[in-house]
Ligand binder design. Sequence first.
Ligand code: FES
Length: 81
Amino acid sequence: MRVGVHFDGVLLQGREGQSIAGILLSNGQRTWRSTGGGDRGIFCGIGICQDCVLTVNGVEGVRACQRTACEGDVVEREGQG
Ligand code: FES
């Protein structure tokens, strides 16, 4: 079954059970956060490093590698600038 999430206003498709990070990666998005040290995306993949954090449905600090995507999730970047 397919799952659709909105990332920066674009509808991305994934499979049921995938993490948000999995859907972003499978749609060609390798980084989604910027810090003074550069672009961030997946690093550890197991919920430790916090490099993958995003805002999901208005909740900040969600680890994309740990959060299973739900139909209609609205995903936004953090740490711009
Ligand atoms: S990639 Fe390290 S916490 Fe998600």
